[in-house]
Write a protein that binds this ligand. Structure first.
Ligand code: 16G
Ligand code: MG
Length: 562
């Protein structure tokens, strides 16, 4: 820690002592519960809300440290537990670029939150500030928000208590109740010195997207009505704000918007329900809104950073899911076509690539690679996909569960802006590519923005849900959650497609796979729950089920359960 040149060492020491005192006072109000171990995992801290106030206080301290370390760059804090049930809550930090927190700081978050006493918290805080070379005299800037959970206000209070120990050196921007992706947008826009990304508030977000969407739809609207399941969460608020800005071109019918009904959040609805059950939310089934052929609906998750679409088969009436893989494939193919039409000169040629995880349906990967679209496979978790997508000129990334976005590299935007089109067709393609780069959230996967992306592509293709679905047929698959005494004995490698430990288990899984036509299976420890996940895919539903059972048994055997 260096001291400000204007202060004498004595004053600086006094100030430091006051700060530590102030931290101690706050920490005493938020003692850590015994026998709980907190971990900053793939999606930040997430557990029963009643356990979280001390964590929020400490996250407040860490957010300020991070901002001061980055000379006052704005850091985001989001209080949400996404698709988890209502009694849970969570918190995650957003870095100045609008991306997830730098992974090296995840360990600092975990360390601070697990300090058992006020004394150990003070000592860990001091060590961190010294080792990370944080100048505590720097200013700090924080933007924060929460979803609609009833536990939110108390947690925000604990977070603000953490900020308050630093006194006036911290500037706060409370966005109130909003979605995770809007918070990421505001962080990115606040830190963007060029001022080009957008106005750093919710209104700026709505205006930016609405303008880009209108450009893309042109005179193609009004589009066919779209039913949106808001998971009884914050997406409902964001959607109604947005549609008020957008006007008539997309007739949106919001469903499951009961944000104040106790227990309704994510209950029998939302993207996670639809994807894991591979079925309509009962409320939508009963409403009969999808009975009209080719009617599209989509579901957000509880903090509106995931989306899946679906419709009912025209003749069979069966449920048809259009998940993250289907979105990635349609969007990558479409953007690829636009790039060809743009006819950029040789040195500015742009490549569209796709990033997936091992959970991507085998058919989607095959579809893309057979059409010369490069595909990268990375471990689960948005940060891995995001970083891999940054390596393409235009990087489309989606997890099968509907988490994803499309990143346009700076040089790609420059190439598009400086191109001199040879024909009206290529001028149009360039204009549309630029409008897509404005419409798509460049910080993180965003249900609202992805919804508009899908609608814009469908409108340009002149497709309904069934034409979109026709591209490829998903291979039947099963995802099984296996509870084991210690998930840490399972170590996955090769983008989580293979197990390194327990030794010998991978060979057995591969032997099982060989018994099924197009069989593919992998095992990985969950990053968010105390369990191991088994994925199996094969040519028929029965084969996928049998493979899942066989591999689940192998996992249980390896962990001594059978
Ligand atoms: C987190 C991840 C999500 C991933 C999921 C997997 C972020 C923001 N979220 O929710 O991308 O699909 O974890 O959970 O990174 P699992 O490890 O329990 O299967
Ligand atoms: Mg979410």
């Amino acid at each position: 820690m260096s001291s400000s040149p204007t202060k004498s060492p004595k004053d600086a020491a006094h100030e430091h002592a006051l700060l530590l005192n102030s931290i101690a006072e706050g920490a005493n109000e938020y003692p850590k519960p015994e026998h709980v171990n907190f971990t900053y995992g793939t999606a930040g801290f997430r557990t029963l809300a009643t356990k979280l106030p001390p964590v929020l206080f400490r996250v407040g301290l860490l957010a300020v440290l991070r901002s001061k370390r980055l000379e006052g760059a704005t850091i985001g804090v989001m209080v949400t537990a996404s698709h988890n049930p209502e009694p849970d809550n969570g918190v995650k930090l957003v870095d100045p670029s609008g991306e997830m927190l730098d992974p090296t700081w995840e360990a600092h978050a975990t360390a601070l939150s697990n300090c058992p006493t006020t004394e150990s918290l003070i000592s860990t805080f001091t060590t961190l500030a010294t080792h990370l070379r944080v100048d505590l005299h720097q200013p700090a800037n924080i933007v924060y928000a929460r979803d609609t959970r009833p536990s939110g206000p108390d947690l925000i209070k604990a977070l603000e208590r953490g900020f308050s120990v630093f006194g006036e050196s911290v500037k706060l921007n409370d966005l109130g109740i909003t979605t995770t992706p809007i918070l990421h947008y505001v962080v990115k826009a606040t830190n963007d010195r060029t001022g080009e990304y957008g106005t750093p508030n919710i209104k700026g977000y709505n205006e930016k997207m609405s303008k880009a969407f209108k450009t893309l739809i042109g005179n193609r609207g009004p589009l066919a009505p779209l039913y949106v399941d808001c998971a009884n969460g914050v997406g409902a608020n964001a959607l109604s704000d947005f549609t008020a800005t957008l006007g008539e071109i997309l007739p949106v019918h919001p469903l499951n918007t009961a944000t104040t009904t106790q227990g309704a959040l994510n209950h029998q609805c939302g993207a996670d329900f639809v994807k894991t059950k591979q079925a309509l939310p009962p409320s939508i089934q009963q409403s009969g809104v999808l009975a009209k052929p080719n009617t599209r609906a989509c579901s957000f998750d509880g903090d509106a950073d995931r989306i899946v679409f679906y419709y009912q088969h025209e003749t069979k009436g069966t449920f048809r899911l259009l998940d993250g893989d289907k979105i990635a494939v349609m969007v990558a193919m479409f953007l690829g076509d636009l790039v060809v039409k743009a006819k950029l000169d040789e040195e500015h040629k742009l490549q569209v690539g796709v990033v997936q995880t091992a959970y991507a349906n085998g058919s989607s990967t095959k579809y893309l690679t057979s059409r010369n679209i490069p595909v990268t496979c990375v471990p689960t978790g948005v940060k891995h996909l995001h970083h891999a997508a940054q390596r393409y000129d235009i990087g489309v990334y989606f997890e099968a569960n509907g988490h994803g976005t499309v990143l346009f590299a700076d040089h790609a935007i420059k190439a598009l802006k400086s191109a001199s089109p040879q024909s009206p067709d290529s001028a149009n393609a360039i204009k549309n590519l630029l409008a897509f780069s404005e419409l798509i959230n460049q910080a993180v996967g965003d249900a609202l923005s992805d919804m508009l992306l899908v609608e814009a592509v469908l409108a340009h293709r002149g497709w309904g849900a069934s034409e979109w679905d026709a591209g490829y047929e998903d291979l039947p698959n099963r995802l099984v959650k296996v509870e084991v005494p210690d998930r840490n004995i399972f170590v996955a490698v090769d983008a989580e497609r293979k197990l390194q430990y327990p030794l010998g288990l991978q060979d057995k899984i591969e032997d099982a796979m060989k018994k099924y036509d197009m069989g593919r299976s992998f095992v990985r420890p969950s990053g968010t729950e105390d369990c191991v996940r088994v994925y199996a895919e094969a040519k028929t539903t029965t084969e996928a089920e049998n493979l899942a059972i066989a591999v689940t048994d192998l996992v249980k055997m390896a962990s001594g359960q059978i």
